[in-house]
Write a protein that binds this ligand. Structure first.
Ligand SMILES: [Zn+2]
Length: 250
């Protein structure tokens, strides 16, 4: 009996430990930086806008990708929706034709660093500045658009990044935490991705998706499903800049 009790207790301890680690990690992920809330209040980091209108922004990271980005663009075109693509400078250089198509179809282009380097490298301010400037130059040379928004790879924020964004005239484009469907997870179906986004939709959200990932075919199909459903619910989808202007005009 005592052995059984001890055993039960250790099992509880074990699962309690796992739960604690899980919760800690969840909180860590939500609070990307201890100053996050402060920066959001000061509008240095944008996670959503306040509005009653049924308007939201679809954003796509990590492209352009020659296989999957065109599929996302096709889905957006089918529903006459505008989105924002946070591209990597390195991939934009490799696929300028796709970047041109994104711009030609009226979408906005944001900066998602040159190489998507591991965040620890971002402790080096010069490295970070070089990555951002280099990518802005590449985007401008291909599309004549001056990016206004930077989305940090992995959502990693730092004091240096805040300083750089102020100096470079960029706003840090985050996303609405509840609207991270983890669409990039290999094997996640379009139906699951779409159901997640549709379930959590609210006015003024910034929805995080990935055109430039190996699960991008599912993401592209999810975009079709999302737009099909949410247009019926009265939602319209606009670029990041348009979303920001909407808040200013209210
Ligand atoms: Zn990314």
């Amino acid at each position: 009996m005592i052995i059984l009790l001890l055993h039960k207790r250790s099992i509880l301890f074990f699962f309690g430990g796992i739960l604690f680690i899980g919760i800690s990690f969840g909180v860590y992920q939500l609070a990307a930086h201890p100053e996050m809330q402060n920066w959001v209040q000061k509008k240095l980091v944008i996670t959503h806008i306040k509005t009653d209108k049924k308007v939201a922004a679809l954003t796509f990271d990590d492209g352009p990708d020659p296989d999957t980005t065109p599929l996302v663009l096709d889905a957006l075109k089918k529903h006459d929706a505008k989105a924002t693509f946070f591209v990597m400078g390195k991939r934009a250089e490799e696929h300028p034709d796709i970047l041109q198509r994104i711009a030609a179809e009226g979408h906005e282009i944001g900066n998602h660093s040159y190489s998507h380097a591991h965040y620890k490298k971002y402790n080096d301010k010069k490295f970070l500045l070089d990555e951002i400037r280099r990518t802005n130059r590449i985007i401008y040379s291909i599309t004549a658009q001056h990016p206004q928004y930077f989305r940090p790879p992995g959502g990693y924020l730092s004091y240096d990044l805040i300083d750089i964004s102020k100096e470079e005239g960029l706003t840090i484009a985050y996303w609405t935490s509840i609207q991270d469907s983890k669409d990039w997870v290999e094997g996640k179906s379009a139906e699951r991705i779409a159901a997640y986004v549709i379930k959590h939709i609210r006015p003024g959200q910034i929805i995080l998706l990935h055109d430039g990932c190996s699960n991008g075919h599912q993401t592209a199909r999810a975009v079709d499903l999302i737009l099909e459903e949410l247009k019926q619910e009265g939602y319209s989808f606009v670029s990041f800049s348009e979303l920001m202007n909407l808040e200013k005009s209210e």
